[in-house]
Every structure is written in structure tokens, then in C-alpha cells.
Write a protein that binds this ligand. Structure first.
Ligand SMILES: *[C@@H]1O[C@H](CO)[C@@H](O)[C@H](O)[C@H]1NC(C)=O
Ligand SMILES: *[C@@H]1O[C@H](CO)[C@@H](O)[C@H](O)[C@H]1NC(C)=O
Length: 450
């Protein structure tokens, strides 16, 4: 990097290395980089996450450099196996790990950072940006409704009177959220130890985010017109710039297990695609219930499941269903959702999956787990009407069969598809040259080049 005379600007990018956070941030930076050719983007992230998202030898993104920061794992550390532990270790090391790395880069290059782009979680960037006299762009990787809730954490906690429990309480006191139950919102706002690292980080984020020069989000304004004015009024600039999947060059996507060829042989809108994302795995009894529902109902399916499926699914399931479905360890999700044979998506309702389902026009069957997933599920069911929950939240055989029936072979399923067609069209329009997301992206580019 030193000696590279064409670099006129350094931009720091601070990623959150867990769940599906770092890769959408990298997509955003990949999209920004050609618009700011004189800039070098330094992507600060843990080695593990950098390794997972930076593909080798892609010269197109030469101006984006990964930089490893400490993940906070103590020396001689023995993991207890708890999934929260790496996050807690990382939270303890933050923001010092980022500060140290950023200072090193400034020393090495003799240049200062002219802009900071961060995962929206990083509330401390407000102070960093002020010290540097540089703009702070925060990137929110979930939907527009959840960010509003985090902004109003204190108001919500006060109104709900948490000590008496939240069951049966509604969010009707909050503009834009009437009909939403308190139990549907991100649990970090209302439940458990509110002083543990994630609830604390999200609370502080809610207080600091309005100071950001701009908040960018992988969504589009037309997706939820009931709250656009709310988001716009709470931030200096709230920029819906998505769906990002529609704005990136078509990467070579591997389909090593032949999902698309298999889909080519299936009837239109007949196949259920199942994936719970890269972070969660439903408990064994739910996997079993879903397998039984598929087997009994006879619907065709593609099931993307990490690990060895023989160990995760009931004995003999793969053999007995081999004419009806395929089970794969990796699937080209967006391509599957855009395939005309796909008729239902059984999903954990992570925001990226929800957007991809909308882009593909596929109704969703929702099994939400954590964070904003329940809120996304309610939005899918009640606001857009493009999907259904599954039983009482957990997957049961009966619940899964009813949901598959509803989406794949009832009139209501067809009606969901019609509504999706409207949403899908709005998504594609938003990224056209005169679309709202395109205009917002230009505003964002102006913020970082200023
Ligand atoms: C970051 O860590 C990865 C994995 O340990 C390593 O391969 C890579 O060279 C490191 N990058 C830098 C810039 O040090
Ligand atoms: C949002 O704001 C615009 C312009 O300020 C206004 O015309 C519109 O009616 C508002 N929409 C809602 C749903 O309040």
C-alpha cells in the first residue's frame, strides 16, 4: 500500500464478524468502490470472517484490502462451546482492536481516514468520526422496522413495564407498529439480561445512530410505505439502497450439487426450498417433524442443510424420498428462489433471505429463531401477506403439512404469489436508473466522496 500514488483517500470499513453481517457490508463496499476510484477501502474484520468472505484473486476489487483485527480470544482459551462466547470475547476487545488496527494503517501509509463505514452495531464510531472530523456511514443489515425499534428501546421498555412480563402486550403506543405483539420484537429490547453484551450494544446503537451522517440499509423504500416517513424523520439521512443482490455483477455461483438442473425437471411452483441460513440449526425434533411432513405430504423439495444429513435426518429418509427431493450441503439460494419450479421457501426469516425470496417471488413458510426474525415473520404474514408462520412457532409435523398445503396447493398460496409479484416489481423498479434506491445510492456516494 505505501508508495501507491494513485490512492488519494483512505476509507475505513469496520465489519461485525458474526452471522450474516460482514458479507453484505462487503457487497456494499464492492458497489461503492468503482464510484470512488481514488479511494482505498481498508476492511477491518477478524481473520476468520475475512477468510470466509474474501474470495481469492478477484482483481475487480483491488482497491478493497482486508485487514485482520483481534477477535478477543484470550490466551490459552478453552471454549465452552457456547455460541455466544466468541461474540462476548469480541465485544470485550472492541473498540480497542479496531482503534489499534486503524492507527497502524495510518502510521504505515502516512494518510488519515477520510470516512468511516461501519456495521450499524458500532455505536462507538460516532466518537471516532468526530475525532477524525470525517463522515460516519452506518450500514444496517436487517430490515427498516427493527432499526426503528432499537431507536425507541427506552420508550418501549418504559411502556411495556417489563417486570410484569410482556406476554399479551401490544406495541400500539408506537407509531407504525399497531397490531405487533411485544413478544414479536427483537428479544434484546425486552427479555433476559439487558446488561449482557448484545442488548447493551443495541441499546447504545439506538442512542448513537441518529448521529450518523447517513444510515444505509439493504432494502427499498417501496417495501413498507407505512414506515418510510418514520425512518426518514429519525435520521440525518436514511438511505434504502437495495436489494443489493440486484445491483451487483453476477458472480460465478457454484451449483456443485446440481440443484438447478434438478429444478429444471420439476413442475412450475411445485418445490419447497428449505434453508435456515448459515447460523441457526433447528433442534433435532423439529428437523424430524419437518422430514416426516415432507415424506407424508409428498411435496417435492430441496433441503440445504449443513453437516452430514444422514446424522441430522431420520433413518432411511434420504433413501425413501430420493425421487421427491434432494438434500444438499450448499445451495445457490438466489438462483433457486428465482427458478420457476420453486413454490415455497421454508426459512428462518433472516433479512437477506426475506429479500431474496421477494426478489424470487416465492411465498415464505416461517420458523423464526432470534434477533429480528420474528418481527420479519409478522411483517411477512400481516403487513405484506406473502407467507405464513408454522404452527405455534416450533416446527411440528402437522403444522408443517398445513403450511405446505396452504402455500403450494391452495388459492391463498396463489394470492400470496400475486402480492409478491407486486413487491417484486417494486424491488426491480427501485434499482432502475430512475428508481429510489439508485437515487439513494448516489446520495451515499456523495457522502463518502465529499
Ligand atoms: C489474515 O488472516 C488470514 C488467516 O489467518 C491470513 O491468511 C491472512 O494472510 C491475514 N491477512 C493479513 C493482511 O495479515
Ligand atoms: C409521507 O410524507 C409525504 C411527504 O412528506 C406525504 O406526502 C405522505 O402522505 C406521507 N405518508 C404517510 C403514510 O404518512
Amino acid at each position: 500500500m505505501p508508495g501507491d500514488e494513485n490512492v488519494k483517500k483512505l476509507i475505513a470499513v469496520l465489519a461485525f464478524p458474526f452471522a450474516t453481517h460482514a458479507s453484505p457490508l462487503l457487497s456494499l463496499v464492492q458497489r461503492l468502490s468503482p464510484a470512488v476510484p481514488e479511494a482505498r477501502f481498508i476492511f477491518f474484520n477478524t481473520a476468520k470472517s475475512n477468510n470466509a468472505i474474501f474470495l481469492e484473486d478477484d482483481k475487480r476489487w483491488d482497491s478493497i484490502r482486508p485487514y485482520n483485527v483481534s477477535d478477543g480470544t484470550p490466551e490459552n482459551y478453552v471454549s465452552s462451546g457456547s455460541p455466544m462466547e466468541p461474540i462476548e470475547n469480541f465485544a470485550k476487545a472492541t473498540p480497542e482492536n479496531f482503534r489499534t488496527a486503524m492507527e497502524t494503517v495510518v502510521e504505515e501509509t502516512g494518510m488519515g481516514f477520510s470516512c468511516i463505514i461501519t456495521d450499524a452495531f458500532y455505536w462507538f464510531a460516532a466518537d471516532m468520526a468526530q475525532e477524525l472530523q470525517a463522515p460516519w456511514v452506518a450500514f444496517w443489515t436487517a430490515g427498516p422496522r427493527s432499526v426503528l425499534l432499537h431507536l425507541d428501546t427506552d420508550l418501549i421498555r418504559g411502556n411495556l413495564k417489563l417486570s410484569s412480563g410482556i406476554d399479551g402486550k401490544m406495541l400500539d403506543f408506537l407509531p407504525g407498529f399497531s397490531g405487533i405483539c411485544a413478544t414479536d420484537i427483537p428479544p434484546e429490547i425486552t427479555c433476559g439480561d439487558l446488561n449482557s453484551p448484545m442488548p447493551r450494544m443495541l441499546h447504545k446503537m439506538g442512542l448513537m445512530l441518529p448521529k450518523a451522517t447517513a444510515v444505509a440499509i439493504n432494502s427499498f423504500e417501496e417495501i413498507d410505505t407505512a414506515i418510510v416517513n418514520l425512518t426518514n424523520s429519525r435520521f440525518k439521512k436514511f438511505l434504502n439502497i437495495g436489494p443489493l443482490v440486484l445491483t451487483l455483477p453476477d458472480l460465478k455461483i457454484s451449483d456443485s450439487e446440481g440443484c438447478l438442473q434438478w429444478l429444471d425437471k420439476q413442475k412450475q411452483e411445485s418445490v419447497a426450498y428449505i434453508s435456515f441460513g448459515s447460523t441457526v440449526m433447528p433442534p433435532p425434533h423439529e428437523l424430524e417433524a419437518l422430514a416426516e411432513a415432507l415424506e407424508t405430504s409428498g411435496f417435492h423439495f430441496i433441503w440445504s442443510i449443513r453437516g452430514n444429513p444422514e446424522e441430522k435426518l431420520p433413518k432411511g429418509f434420504l433413501e425413501r424420498t430420493k425421487d421427491k427431493g434432494i438434500v444438499v450441503s450448499w445451495a445457490p439460494q438466489l438462483k433457486i428462489l428465482q427458478h420457476e419450479a420453486t413454490g415455497a421457501f421454508i426459512t428462518h426469516c433472516g433479512w437477506n433471505s426475506v429479500l431474496e425470496s421477494i426478489v424470487g417471488g416465492v411465498p415464505m413458510i416461517c420458523r423464526a429463531f432470534f434477533g429480528d426474525q420474528r418481527l420479519n415473520m409478522r411483517t411477512i404474514e400481516n403487513v405484506w401477506g406473502v407467507g405464513t408462520g408454522i404452527g405455534d412457532g416450533e416446527i411440528t409435523k402437522d403444522g408443517a403439512m398445513k403450511a405446505l398445503e396452504l402455500v403450494l396447493s391452495s388459492e391463498e398460496g396463489q394470492y400470496m404469489r400475486q402480492k409478491l409479484e407486486d413487491l417484486r416489481k417494486l424491488a426491480f423498479d427501485a434499482v432502475q436508473s430512475h428508481g429510489s434506491s439508485t437515487a439513494n445510492f448516489e446520495t451515499l456516494t456523495a457522502v463518502i466522496t465529499k
